[in-house]
Write a protein that binds this ligand. Structure first.
Ligand SMILES: [Zn+2]
Length: 187
């Protein structure tokens, strides 16, 4: 897994550590099928852009479904996650706002990798135009159903930031879509 930042201001280490925490929280529910993200036999790239780089075009895949380009959002296709966030060095509320769509897209990625080919039935109308009862890949359906159901959890990690000379560690908590029980039951 490769993390590629196209941003100028976000603390890359901090964002990468939080993404790795979210991935770790979920793969440890896989009953040993996956022990670390190195176990995924696919080379995915996660690209982080500023919302200002958003072209307004959905290049296939699934997205949060926002039509406002100023709001952090993302798109996930085969082998690649692209998230568009507010490019700020803020490590408080703005970062928490950025992590919601980041984790949403990584949730798509995790289910594509772990449950490829599995189909599910929508329980809710989602923001992308899917309706109750429609069939779709689980990697889209379960993520969007849980988004509509508000099924989130607190993603907590110790993160370090600062320079290599002066590094501080501190706990940080963001909100992320919760797939842990789904993975525990199905992977
Ligand atoms: Zn989505």
């Amino acid at each position: 897994m490769k993390f590629v930042f196209h941003t100028k201001n976000v603390d890359k280490t901090f964002y990468r550590q939080m993404m790795q925490q979210y991935i770790a929280d979920h793969i440890k529910q896989s009953h040993g099928a996956y022990n670390s993200y190195r176990d995924f036999h696919e080379d995915w790239e996660i690209h982080v852009y500023s919302v200002e780089d958003w072209s307004g075009r959905l290049e296939g895949g699934s997205s949060v479904g926002t039509t406002n380009p100023g709001i952090p959002h993302g798109v996930t296709g085969e082998g690649i996650v692209k998230v568009y966030i507010i490019d700020s060095d803020d490590m408080g509320l703005m970062a928490i706002q950025n992590f919601a769509p980041i984790f949403h897209e990584i949730a798509h990625m995790l289910l594509i990798m772990m449950m490829r080919g599995r189909r599910g039935t929508f329980r809710n109308n989602d923001l992308s135009g899917n309706k109750v009862g429609m069939r779709a890949n689980v990697s889209t359906q379960e993520v969007h159903d849980r988004q509509m159901e508000g099924k989130n959890y607190q993603v907590s990690s110790y993160v370090n930031f600062g320079t290599w000379i002066f590094t501080k560690w501190r706990p940080f908590t963001a909100i992320g879509l919760d797939l842990r029980d789904f993975i525990a039951r199905n992977v």
